[in-house]
Design a protein around this ligand. Sequence first.
Ligand SMILES: [Zn+2]
Length: 358
Amino acid sequence: MSTSRSSVMSLSGTLQQRPRWQRGVVVVDSELGDAIGPIYARRYFSPQAKEEAEALVAHIIAVYRERLGALSWMAPATKAEAVAKLNALYVGVGYGENWRDYSGYQVKPDDIFRQPLAGPVVLLPDNVARIGRPVNRKEWSMTPQTVNAVNLPLQNALNFPAAILQPPFYDPAAPAAANYGAIGAIIGHEISHTSIRRAAPSTPRGACAIGGHRRISRTSEPRQQKLAAQYDTYKPFPDLSVNGKQTLAEDIADVAGVSAAYDGYHAALKGNSAPVEHGFTGDQQFFIAFGQNWALKSRPAALREQVMTDSHAPGSTVRTPYAMSTHGMRPLPFRPDRPSILPRRIGFASGRSTPLKT
Ligand SMILES: [Zn+2]
């Protein structure tokens, strides 16, 4: 074992490397991501699922627009800017419109040392040809098989890959409450980045606009300080608390996201009462699904590393309890031995091994 691998393993608390086949999959994915993308999308993300997910996104954007209008602390001019930006937002759902071309890619089984360079080399001419061309706002930064979502401020765009539009995040067969609580909150989180704090200093076309950002920061400052102070009190370990300033941008997005998703869910009920599923009310299903988003087991060393260095507060121990407390709910204790609370969904048994950091 090399020294660097040994120190990485002790920092993260990992006892052994992943199995060889898993590391192999990671290499192929990072080398040929867009070649795998269409195969994954065809197999796991039907046109109907794409259509339904797009409708969910459109609904949450509409709710978000209303919520922006109702903000008491935001100046009218800033609100108008934020709405214009929301209207121009490109939201990619599932996969992009173009795939990168790997036709010159060569595999040499006897040259593993140079093989990792083959992918970047084959993509280089295309990367160089973009210099001086207008930005393509519909270009994706994630492959369909990536379990994550991203806000791209300089493109004023969001990407929701097909792999995050799967259980436990999204399931066309799951109750609406569960889908709004899970993927809905993530969609709301990413949308919030376009208008508040992290990605705020950019225009609808993606250019920098520091003035608007300063205005938002100034008027929302007292609220931000309160939120940061509250996060400072969360202690994943007795001797280590979350750094509320470090995680503030993501915490704001979490609170805004879950609130928009919750409003969206209630609007979707159109005045009808929510169907009870497995003995849980609609609101309970919403928050159980939200909690399942962030359920993850970490080794103590990895959790400590995250608390000290990451811009995201840890999911199971902080993100879920806080967002639930804002809606008057009390989280159930984490039960890794319990496969799933909502049986139709994969929940804790999903086998996700990488922390989701949206
Ligand atoms: Zn985020």
